[in-house]
Design a protein around this ligand. Structure first.
Ligand code: PLP
Length: 402
């Protein structure tokens, strides 16, 4: 039997996620004793909040280790509505707790699409949207903005309408606000315009709001309109992974949406995960069922500012103050056509990322993983020392090109 018979045609085409490959390269450099400034991974650091840890410990001590409702602990679903300020509009039956936001997204695709239905993504889709959609037999389509792009890649109403006209089988439009990787933030008006089109066209508007607490410069998160008109078409996905320190591995996410869609998602996950682990659901409850403490957000904003200062006048790249998340998104097209000291040409963002890592120890994520091949994503959720030293190393390496 050859490999193609052993592994399904669909999965044999999958490539491992970019971040895993990055992790491997970074570990290899560290093992060789070479310097590494790691801007690659999208994960918050620091210590786990004491109350989250204590709730998890208590859950095990008190043996809360049996199966729960596959929709999630009822008290956690209630708390999700308070966390998202949605108690006026939904009840716990409109919430499903999932194994990370990933499973919530996968559930959505499986719950609402038939084979070959189109699912429309924002122009810089997060790396796993496409594999998840394809696994659900849906047909992923990137909505590419035609207008001039400035500091991101926002989809306009005209872009969405053009794509919907071309795709009569479109079932949903998925948008990530704020966005990994571009760190752009759609305004409330921009969200409203896109949501209104989805409602008019009777397609789902799926809002991945995983980074929604991490917005800077005193901005408020642009909440989507929830009322009788939008509720049948609006699905919000969120979770524990980004808005707290060190919680990505808790694997808790959730979705809030129309009851029939949520019921289908619960039905589905009752057959394959039965929901996330009960003790971690209890730990998540301790995290979200109290006023949000924004110290991590303030710290990340200071890191964004530090990076901007340290990267001022970085040769051949354009950098701007990103309004949200913990990413800086660099336009590196100015490096294309330049030569490394060994004479090799830099032609793509993959080349630039590789050059920065190999010559300066600066690990970044190439935009090609997000369909943005002229860009690099840098996570500044790292130490201040690494930001300062990493920017100096990147400046030296980029300055050495000609
Ligand atoms: N959506 C976006 C935009 C993400 O960046 C991530 C994780 O990096 C996810 C969804 C998946 O989140 P989780 O780790 O909760 O499954």
């Amino acid at each position: 039997m050859d490999d193609h018979q052993r592994i399904s045609a669909k999965l044999s085409k999958f490539v491992p996620s970019l971040t895993l490959e990055l992790k491997r390269k970074v570990a290899q450099r560290r093992a060789e004793g070479l310097p590494v400034y790691d801007f690659g991974l999208g994960e918050t650091k620091g210590h786990l909040d004491e109350r989250i840890r204590a709730a998890g410990e208590q859950a095990f001590r008190e043996e809360h280790t049996m199966y729960t409702d596959p929709a999630g602990l009822p008290e956690l679903r209630d708390a999700v509505l308070r966390w998202l300020n949605l108690t006026q509009h939904y009840t716990r039956d409109d919430v499903v707790v999932t194994v990370g936001a990933k499973q919530a997204l996968f559930n959505v695709f499986l719950a609402v699409t038939n084979p070959a239905d189109a699912v429309l993504f924002d122009a810089a889709p997060w790396v796993s949207y496409q594999p998840l959609a394809v696994t659900a037999y849906a047909f992923p389509v990137m909505v590419l903005p035609l207008g001039a792009r400035a500091q991101g890649a926002k989809v306009t109403p005209a872009d969405l309408i053009r794509n919907l006209d071309a795709r009569p089988h479109a079932k949903l439009f998925l948008i990530n606000n704020p966005c990994n990787p571009t760190a752009q933030l759609y305004s409330a008006d921009e969200i409203e315009a896109l949501l209104r089109i989805c409602v008019e066209r009777r397609i789902y508007f799926v809002l991945d709001r995983l980074y929604w607490r991490i917005v800077f410069d005193g901005r408020a998160y642009p909440e989507p309109r929830v009322d009788a008109e939008t509720r049948p078409w609006l699905i919000q996905v969120d979770g524990m992974s980004k808005n707290f320190r060190r919680t990505g591995g808790m694997r808790i996410g959730w979705a809030v949406g129309p009851r029939d869609v949520i019921a289908a998602m619960v039905n589905l996950q009752s057959h394959y995960t039965s929901g996330p682990a009960t003790p971690t659901q209890r730990a998540a409850l301790a995290a979200i069922d109290r006023p949000y403490e924004a110290d991590m957000v303030r710290e990340l904003e200071a890191k964004r500012n530090l990076l901007l200062r340290e990267a001022a006048d970085m040769p051949h790249v354009t950098i701007w103050p990103t309004p949200a998340t913990f990413y800086s998104f660099w336009d590196v097209t100015g490096c294309f056509g330049r030569r490394k000291p060994d004479g090799a040409l830099l032609k793509t963002s993959d080349d630039v990322a590789k050059y920065l890592l190999e010559s300066a120890g600066v690990a970044t994520a190439s935009g090609s993983a997000f369909m943005q091949p002229g860009f690099l994503r840098l996570s500044f959720a790292t130490s201040n020392e690494d930001i300062t030293a990493g920017m100096a190393a990147a400046r030296k390496a980029l300055g050495a090109t000609n």
